[in-house]
Design a protein around this ligand. Structure first.
Ligand code: PEP
Ligand code: MG
Length: 871
């Protein structure tokens, strides 16, 4: 494995570039260190600069388990620091400083390193990383820099297969990264048919230069020992549209046929009548009523309420039959000129508010809008043929598009830019709603069927505070952009576009819900929760008793964010999130890489890794091939091992390897356990693999009732309140209609948690909570009173929960727990807890004394100390 050091003047730039790069390798698995910034000033503000000692330390850090280290630098003194670091370092691992561009180079290097590339290859990939961009933007010097993709000699022993590019965006960076990842084990090449260039699958840049667009045929060839299997894997990625959907593929399943925005033929208009928009009807959408909660997949965390804005639909084709009288034509030309100025101004205004890539895209679009060629050609059509202003622009843009298409190469995206400008002109001229992301500064929730990259770019700097789409998955464009903007997003929400514009929705990116027109109390709670409360890095009650506050993560990028928010460790690493779009089981090496990505940032700290919880709401194609009538009650979680023991064994081996290579304190736990035999078996398997601290999740009433017996055979338990509520109330957690049943405040759920807490105290063993309940500041003291010793949650909730705990003593927590255990309803439980905590606060001194006694009786961690780490 080749390690990578990213040297930047700005810590934020370094981390953001790393976050972007790690998106390419689906959960990490690469060894990257960021050496950025020059510390902080007295106020804690970051100081820009680079530090040779930090660079040397990063290199030495990677030296122990890397065969070589590639160093990327941003500019100026970063280069000097990197050079000096070579003198200062203490290791002798081969190190290469690369002149590669910082962001593109880091992406390419990370992909190449994850695919097992040598130092030479990783360095070459980084250096060629500007190829795709320079190839696209042209220029005589660019062709050599881009390292043009050329046809190569056929490999004599190669197996071949022709596949179709099905995803709307073609082979862009993320699909290319997936192909590179899936190609490990064989020499794979891609050739754009019929006679296009070819590229090695090991080269991200060469694959991008292919310019393969949706609908293109690509010939895959593979040679080497694992050729057949690798080819299958890569072909499956194409067939699946790289997890980005296959809408618009000419032969795609949905049969919609094309995504080029071509409007239906307009009905003939009456010559001389005012120009109207052609009657292209949007598809009928079922209206969604107030009070409804829609569910999808939360792909970017956070909770925000804001009015809905629907993504503007494409404009229809202007009437071709209008003939403007000769006397009016110059006036019509001036309409085009005014529209050009207005559209260019709008785009410039948005560019000024945007940053980075989004700004560059918008700047380029504003230039297109004032392009004299386009305006001139449209004006000619008015003068010579009497076309209306809108029609003339439409036709001139189509002619431009055709010219672009004739040039070949990566024209698809540029043609889309022309169409975007065309639609803006037409909207401006005909006074229609501007297509795409609306330009408004007030906060809004953007709802769309799906987002195009240009739409996503337009989000930066505007008022969009949440995203909801009907399509898309966790790796979709929407998900990536939302995470990079740090706004909540829920994708795959069926019927979302039926929500009327202007209605306030509450988007919860952690739970994957969209609540329509929530009541005032819900809104107030959401608003309060939206204010991020900083977390000091240590959870404790007012009387000093430690309650570890941990993070739930799904991959390396989450882990980096969790460390940044002060999490004491990881209480739930959902390993299945690393492999959601895999059609075949990840190899042990792939798993080791993914797990190390999460362990690395938590050096010396506890990371609880959950074995694959595939099935039900999180099916994995390679683990849950069967269609079950009741998947939530089916072969999910640990039960998969009954059918495929190798899946569990391989995962435990991979985890043991990852734990060995990193210095996090690794613990493993199994989901969906219901019998003591299951707990015993998984504990034996894990220990045999070298993982000595083993726990189970308490997600079924059976496991909760048998908690004491479970703790005889495992070292800790962690309560998955999401599933525990689902199974206790027999209410599907995905069914919005039954949402109020899936509430951890349900007295039956609280009593089961209490039973588990009692078992923990009896054995003096840790009891965690890692379901959503852990993130509820009102519930946290109750859970502690019930015997819970650690809480694991989305990192953004840490500060709020920490503050709630810091305000109460253990005696108050115990009193609140006792109160809820006698409650009959959710409302009773909530008010009983609030009253008990308030009463405790009133008699604080007495409570403090009682608290000390209770703390002693309650038992502590496995380590048995009040201030030691808690699971
Ligand atoms: C739970 O069920 O509470 C839990 C943490 O697991 P998941 O949400 O991943 O099923
Ligand atoms: Mg669960």
């Amino acid at each position: 494995m080749i390690g990578i050091v990213a040297v930047s003047h700005s810590a934020r730039l370094g981390e953001a570039a790393l976050e972007l790069a790690l998106q390419m390798v689906q959960g990490g698995g690469v060894r990257v260190r960021v050496a950025a910034g020059a510390g902080a000033d007295a106020d804690g503000a970051p100081i820009l600069g680079t530090d040779a000692v930090a660079v040397a330390t990063a290199i030495d850090d990677l030296a122990s388990d890397c065969d070589g280290v590639l160093v990327l630098m941003d500019l100026g003194s970063a280069v000097l620091s990197a050079e000096l670091a070579l003198e200062l370092r203490s290791s002798d691992v081969p190190v290469r400083l690369t002149p590669a561009p910082f962001v593109e180079g880091l992406l390419a290097a990370v992909v190449s390193a994850a695919a097992g590339g040598s130092l030479d290859l990783v360095a070459a990939e980084a250096s060629a990383a500007l190829g795709a961009k320079t190839g696209q933007l042209g220029g005589p010097e660019d062709a050599s820099a881009a390292g043009e993709a050329r046809p190569s000699e056929p490999q004599p022993d190669a197996v071949t297969r022709v596949v179709v590019v099905r995803n709307p965006l073609g082979i862009h960076a993320r699909p290319a990264a997936l192909i590179a990842e899936a190609s490990v084990g064989a020499d794979v090449r891609l050739r754009l048919l019929p006679d296009g260039p070819d590229a090695s699958a090991a080269s991200l840049s060469r694959m991008l230069i292919l310019g393969a667009a949706q609908g293109d045929d690509v010939e895959l060839s593979a040679s080497g020992a694992g050729a057949e299997a690798v080819l299958e894997r890569v072909a499956a990625l194409f067939d699946d549209g790289f997890g980005e959907g296959t809408e618009g593929t000419p032969d795609g399943a949905d049969g919609t046929g094309g995504t080029d925005g071509t409007a239906a033929a307009a009905p003939a208009g009456t010559p001389g009548t005012p120009v109207t928009r052609a009657a292209e009807q949007p598809p009928a959408v079922a209206p969604v009523l107030a009070g409804t909660v829609l569910r999808g997949r939360g792909v970017s965390g956070g909770r925000v309420a804001a009015p809905v804005v629907l993504l503007g639909s494409p404009v229809g084709e202007p009437d071709p039959d209008i003939v403007v009288p000769a006397a009016d034509r110059e006036r019509e030309v001036s309409v085009i000129e005014r529209a050009s100025v207005a559209v260019a101004d709008q785009l410039r205004g948005r560019a000024a508010r945007a940053t980075g890539e989004a700004r560059a895209i918008l700047d380029a679009s504003s230039l297109l809008a004032s392009d004299p060629e386009l305006v001139g050609e449209a004006s000619q059509r008015v003068r010579m043929q009497g076309r209306s202003a809108a029609r003339a622009v439409w036709e001139a843009a189509i002619a431009d598009e055709e010219r672009l298409a004739a040039l070949g190469g990566r024209t698809a995206e540029r043609a889309a830019d022309i169409r975007d400008i065309r639609d803006r002109f037409v909207a401006e001229i005909l006074d229609l709603v501007v297509p795409g992301v609306p330009d408004r500064d007030e906060p809004f929730t953007l709802i769309a069927t799906d987002l195009a990259p240009a739409d996503a770019a337009a989000l930066d700097g505007g008022g969009c505070v949440a995203l909801v789409t009907e399509k898309g998955g966790p790796t979709s464009h929407t998900a990536i952009i939302a995470r990079s903007l740090g706004i909540p997003a829920v994708v795959g929400v069926a019927g979302a576009t039926g929500i009327a514009a202007g209605i306030t929705v509450l988007v919860d990116g952690d739970r994957g819900t969209v609540e329509i027109a929530p009541d005032a109390a819900t809104l107030a709670a959401a608003e309060a929760a939206a204010v991020l409360v900083p977390f000091g890095g240590e959870g404790a009650l007012a009387d000093g008793r430690r309650i570890a506050l941990l993070a739930n993560v799904g991959g390396a990028a989450d882990a980096v964010a969790a460390v940044a928010s002060g999490a004491e460790g990881v209480g739930l690493f959902r390993t299945e999130f690393c492999f959601l779009d895999r059609v075949d089981a990840p190899t042990i090496d792939e798993q080791v890489a993914a797990y190390r990505g999460v362990l690395a940032p938590f050096r010396g700290r506890r990371v609880v890794v959950r074995t694959l919880d595939a099935g039900s709401d999180k099916p994995l194609p390679f683990a849950n091939a069967d269609v079950e009538d009741n998947p939530a009650l089916g072969v999910r979680g640990l039960r998969i091992a009954r059918r495929s023991p190798a899946l569990l064994d391989d995962q435990l081996r991979a985890l043991a390897c990852a734990a060995e290579a990193e210095s996090a304190v690794v613990e493993v736990m199994a989901p969906m356990v219901s019998t003591v035999e299951e707990a015993r078996a998984v504990a034996e398997s894990a220990r045999a693999a070298g993982l000595m601290t083993v726990g189970i999740m308490i997600e079924t009433p059976s496991a909760a009732l048998l908690a004491s017996e479970m703790l005889e055979v495992v070292d800790f338990v962690s309560i998955g309140t999401n599933d525990l509520a689902q199974y206790t109330l027999a209410a599907d957690r995905l069914l919005a209609e039954l949402g109020e049943l899936n509430d951890p405040w349900q007295p039956a759920v609280l009593r089961l948690i209490g039973a588990v807490g009692d078992a923990g105290r009896r054995w003096n063993l840790p009891v965690g909570v890692c379901g959503e309940a852990a993130a509820d500041p009102a519930l946290a003291p109750v859970l502690v009173g019930l015997g819970v010793t650690s809480l694991s949650m989305t990192p953004r909730a840490l500060g709020r929960v920490a503050a709630a705990l810091a305000a109460v003593t253990e005696a108050q927590c115990v009193a609140a727990a006792e109160a809820v255990l006698t409650a009959a309803t959710v409302a009773d439980a909530r008010s009983a807890a609030a009253e008990a905590l308030a009463a405790g606060a009133a008699g604080e001194t007495a409570a403090g004394v009682a608290g000390e006694t209770a703390a002693g009786a309650a038992g502590e961690t496995a380590a048995g100390t009040a201030d030691g780490p808690v699971v």
